[in-house]
Design a protein around this ligand. Structure first.
Ligand code: C2O
Ligand code: CU
Ligand code: CU
Length: 508
């Protein structure tokens, strides 16, 4: 394992000053001990949850149960369908929220090591963002209080402690957050039995059914850790019985490092209706969908022409391993490298019972509200392997460091240009770049050469994670939040993140 060592060529770090540190210390102790002060009266939240992370076990494979870590939830206050426990799963409960709700989550850490929860995709205040400096010790409690301001969409939660995100997520600590709003409800999208959510995670098991993981050294860190089989929703069962009408499938790539290029059997096309930040303006019909770690997709599938009793497969189709990168140990990391074809899950159709549904031509008015500001400044952010580390803008993560070009003013819009350049000896990888708390737009993507993963990338709508392929330059336009403070941006290959491919940005 790498220790918490120096940064590579960091520019002009303006380290967080003492006052700032005290302010943050104050924030977290406020949250822990004086919680009513944050929202005024104690009872003002709409949803109140307990979320406890602890070791446990689950029957994933035939034979011995698998030791996992997981989130268990309990509902203190709120609508009865707020928490959905997935039977036999290592994943945390699905948390169903609604735009506008005020939410309190009491997180209890019983892992035996430090942890903190991050709400991936949600625009929350600094104290709720799960920055590693806010990690709490084993036995401690951290209280989150925030208002759901995001639109309807598929979001998720996972731990974010310093250098331990990869192993903690891999052991099972993750869960979905499904937000709904009036705009989405007005579409009457397929629901109930006609709506599936699928958290895709690859895992490797030893002969006694225990999870195998290594993040140390070159093996894990350079390429990211890959499993050799896909687990869907943290459950053993990957066959679903569904009706032969329209189906809504919400996908999350919750894997540490694997990139999927998803396609359905029987020549089924998918109508992609949304991404990380909710619904697109219009559906996009695609045969393949590239989904990198951290990314979500909302997909409608028309199964009405499929006979009952058919098995429809979701597969990650074969692609050239080099399209996901050219790191040193390529192919030696896993028996099933990136690009190897993988069965994800199977839908077994039964007689059509679903009510008729027509794919709407227009899904959301939201995209139309976006105006590009002509004079936004462009910040160039090279991604490269330098000095044996993955770097962002030539730097690696330092807990309290924010460089001058990482400071933005609240409510401002910036263009960041991620440039994926080859490091020494041509070492290069695809990096899913993620910003905390913000949904942004992809303005352009320029790539040299052909890359089969590009086929499945739509770059539509609002995203919080954008895949930057080797040799590509991807421009994104980010409207920064009104929430002040220090947030992070990083590569969502969790081993890259843990190795330091992460930086702070500060909203002032
Ligand atoms: Cu899901 Cu900091 O990330
Ligand atoms: Cu995030
Ligand atoms: Cu990366």
């Amino acid at each position: 394992m790498r220790s918490e060592q120096g940064k590579v060529g960091s520019g002009q770090p303006s380290s967080m000053d003492r006052r700032e540190l005290l302010r943050l210390a104050g924030l977290s102790s406020l949250a822990m001990f004086a919680r009513p002060a944050l929202f005024g009266a104690e009872a003002e939240v709409d949803v109140d949850l307990m979320l406890t992370a602890s070791p446990g076990e689950t029957a994933l494979l035939p034979g011995a149960p698998t030791q996992v870590w997981r989130f268990a939830g309990s509902l203190v206050k709120g609508p009865a369908d707020t928490l959905q426990v997935l039977p036999g799963s290592y994943l945390g409960p699905v948390i169903r929220l609604r735009t506008g709700q005020r939410v309190r989550v009491r997180f209890v850490n019983k892992l035996g090591e430090a942890s903190i929860v991050h709400w991936h995709g949600l625009d929350v205040p600094e104290s709720c963002d799960g920055h590693p400096r806010l990690a709490i010790a084993d036995g401690a409690e951290y209280v989150y209080e925030f208002t759901v301001t995001n639109r309807a969409g598929t979001y998720w939660y996972h731990p974010h402690p310093h250098m331990r995100t990869g192993p903690q997520v891999y052991r099972g600590l993750a869960g979905l957050v499904l937000v709904r709003d009036a705009e989405e409800e007005a579409l009457s999208l397929p629901s109930g039995d006609a709506e599936l959510f699928c958290v895709l995670q690859d895992r490797r098991f030893d002969r006694r059914n225990q999870l195998v993981y290594s993040s140390g050294g070159m093996m894990g860190g350079m390429d990211g850790f890959l499993g050799d089989r896909v687990i869907v929703n943290g459950q053993a069962e990957t066959i679903r019985n569904i009706d032969t009408g329209w189906l809504r499938v919400r996908l999350l790539n919750g894997s540490n490092a694997r990139i999927y290029q998803l396609a359905w059997s029987h020549g089924l096309q998918m109508a992609v209706i949304g991404g990380d930040g909710g619904l697109f303006e219009r559906p996009r019909v695609q045969a393949a969908l590239t989904l990198a770690p951290g990314q979500r997709a909302d997909v409608l599938l028309d199964l009405s022409a499929i006979d009952a009793g058919t098995e429809v497969n979701l597969e990650s189709r074969a692609f050239n391993e080099a399209d996901a990168g050219r790191a040193g140990m390529m192919g030696m990391n896993s028996a099933v490298p990136n690009g190897a074809p993988l069965r994800v899950m199977t839908l077994r159709t039964r007689r059509h019972l679903a009510p008729p549904f027509q794919l709407p031509a227009r899904l959301s008015a939201f995209d139309a509200s976006w105006t590009v500001q002509g004079d936004a400044r462009v910040r160039r952010v090279p991604l490269a392997f330098l000095g044996m580390q993955w770097t962002i803008g030539g730097r690696t993560f330092v807990m309290n460091e924010v460089a001058a070009d990482e400071i933005v003013s609240a409510g401002s819009t910036h263009i960041w240009e991620f440039v994926n350049v080859a490091g020494r000896m041509g070492v290069q990888a695809a990096h899913p770049m993620h910003l905390h708390g913000r949904q942004f737009r992809v303005l352009s993507r320029n790539g040299s050469g052909s890359n089969s993963l590009r086929d499945g990338i739509s770059d539509a709508g609002w995203v919080d994670t954008v895949l930057v392929l080797p040799g590509e330059t991807v421009r994104v336009q980010v409207p920064f939040s009104r929430h002040l403070g220090t947030f992070m941006y990083h590569c969502h290959i969790l081993e890259h993140e843990d190795m330091g491919m992460m930086r702070n940005f500060r909203v002032v």
